[in-house]
Design a binder for this molecule. Structure first.
Ligand SMILES: [Mn+2]
Length: 314
């Protein structure tokens, strides 16, 4: 486990730093990656720092991303954030880096880093990074603190889910000290475009309930495309089915473009489901995870498996 001093020492020894995170980034992955990039650039102005990977739906941050050649990566210190396994890292070239630091809060399934800072109990990777700085008494810039707050806010579902702890609030209080604009950040993370709002309404109308227990919807490529959404956007809305009193598991299956397969998001209020997800080409957190390479038949089989566990736990 590395601490703040080790991280600084590694950065000081590196001529350049590359920062990676998982494919199809979410707010936590982006916040951790760009928050860290901002902090390193501010504190080590002589170092070259690159954020790598496809920004995906985060077009507003495109300017923060870099293109680098293989040699630059090979001679760099790579920091990989918010990603449990090597296969899921956006840009596999991170493996060629001289030194690899993993900072993450997913279940520890693979030690791909030469140095690691992993806390499975943290609500967000941004929380781990914020608390690393907090414990070292570092004053953050507004830009850096805003990035970290975004990831913390969204990965804890606005400080509402079981992964939220005292450490999440300590991190939030610390980030507030940087003078960040809380309502502005919340609005930037949560507000929907009109097209997305229409899609959410459509999604609700498509929701079915499996054996009175599990919410699910199967989204076809033509459905989301006719509403003006890409696959990457369309698959992000499983939260729409949260907060239904009678349903403690909710899922969304989205057809991959020009493929025979669906990708799925699974959520659970309290019953562990990530071990089931791992049997369906997926994984993730205990109560929030993903599955892939599903057919319509395997979707129904998965729903039945989730149902059986629900019945056994009842
Ligand atoms: Mn995360």
């Amino acid at each position: 486990m590395i601490n703040f001093e080790t991280l600084c020492k590694e950065i000081e020894q590196a001529s350049q730093i590359t920062i990676f995170r998982h494919v199809h980034p979410d707010w936590d992955a982006i916040g951790a990656q760009l928050g860290l990039k901002t902090w390193i650039k501010e504190h080590y102005p002589d170092k070259a720092v690159y954020a790598l990977g496809d920004p995906g739906t985060f077009v507003q941050y495109e300017a923060y991303f870099d293109q680098v050649d293989d040699e630059a990566i090979a001679s760099s210190l790579a920091i990989v954030v918010d990603c449990g396994n090597a296969e899921r890292v956006d840009d596999a070239r991170f493996q060629q880096a001289k030194q690899i630091i993993k900072i993450d809060h997913h279940p520890q399934v693979e030690h791909y880093g030469t140095l690691e800072l992993v806390n499975e109990k943290a609500g967000a990777t941004c929380e781990i990074i914020a608390n690393l700085f907090r414990c070292a008494d570092i004053a953050l810039s507004q830009t850096c603190a805003s990035f970290l707050y975004q990831g913390l806010l969204m990965d804890t579902a606005r400080f509402s889910i079981a992964t939220t702890t005292k450490d999440s609030f300590l991190a939030a209080a610390y980030l507030c000290e940087a003078g960040i604009d809380l309502p502005k950040i919340s609005e930037a993370c949560i507000a929907l475009k009109l097209t997305t709002y229409a899609y959410v309404s459509y999604l609700r109308s498509c929701m079915r309930v499996y054996k009175d227990k599990i919410a699910y919807a199967i989204m076809e490529q033509e459905d989301y495309e006719k509403m003006g959404l890409s696959f990457a956007q369309a698959k992000e809305f499983v939260y729409v089915f949260a907060h239904i009193e009678e349903l403690s598991v909710w899922t969304l299956f989205t057809k991959e473009p020009n493929s025979d397969h669906y990708k799925g998001s699974l959520r659970s209020r309290s019953m562990q489901i990530n071990d089931i997800a791992s049997c369906y080409h997926g994984g993730g957190h205990a109560l929030a995870c993903g599955v892939s390479q599903l057919t319509k038949d395997s979707i129904m089989e998965l729903l039945e498996t989730l149902y059986i566990r629900l019945m056994n736990e009842a």
